[in-house]
Design a protein around this ligand. Structure first.
Ligand code: SF4
Length: 145
């Protein structure tokens, strides 16, 4: 690996830009994600930043199960993200369907539609668990992910 590609990988993993998408969550997980950006957890010190457009994002953070209503929007958002791109699933509902499992409008876990790189289990998961998932994602990128 050349010095330039090492430098590129090092810079990339320390500047993960995140697009947050609620695909059918109750908003509990979403509040925990917002907590990451408060001074208490301050994930911007790790280079993790929320962006308003999937076209600027490296990581798609998904909360909730995929629903019939969100299906097309999820596909479109994921397709709009530039490569390389990663997906973090936050909350039990997105990983298993959770308490929305079996609902008439719930299609199930996000990995039926998206290539999920990291799961954060919990209802809702603690911010520390979400930070841990980002640390694991950074390790994965370092190893060539
Ligand atoms: S995991 Fe819990 S907090 Fe998160 S969307 Fe599901 S019910 Fe809501």
């Amino acid at each position: 690996m050349t010095i330039l590609s090492k430098l590129k990988k090092w810079a990339f993993k320390r500047s993960l830009w995140v697009f947050h998408l609620n695909t059918g969550s109750c908003n509990g997980c979403d509040i925990e994600i917002l907590d990451l950006f408060t001074p208490r957890h301050d994930v911007e010190r790790f280079g993790i930043k929320l962006v308003g457009s999937p076209r600027h994002a490296d990581v798609l953070v998904v909360t909730g199960p995929i629903t019939g209503k969100s299906l097309e929007r999820v596909k479109r958002v994921y397709e709009q993200m530039p490569e390389p791109k990663f997906v973090v699933e936050v909350g039990t509902c997105g990983s298993t369907g959770g308490l929305f499992q079996g609902s008439y409008n719930t299609l199930g876990s996000a990995d039926k539609l998206l290539p999920v790189d990291a799961y954060v289990i919990g209802c809702p998961p603690r911010p520390e668990a979400i930070i841990d998932a980002f640390a694991k994602l950074m390790e994965k990128i370092e190893k060539g992910g």
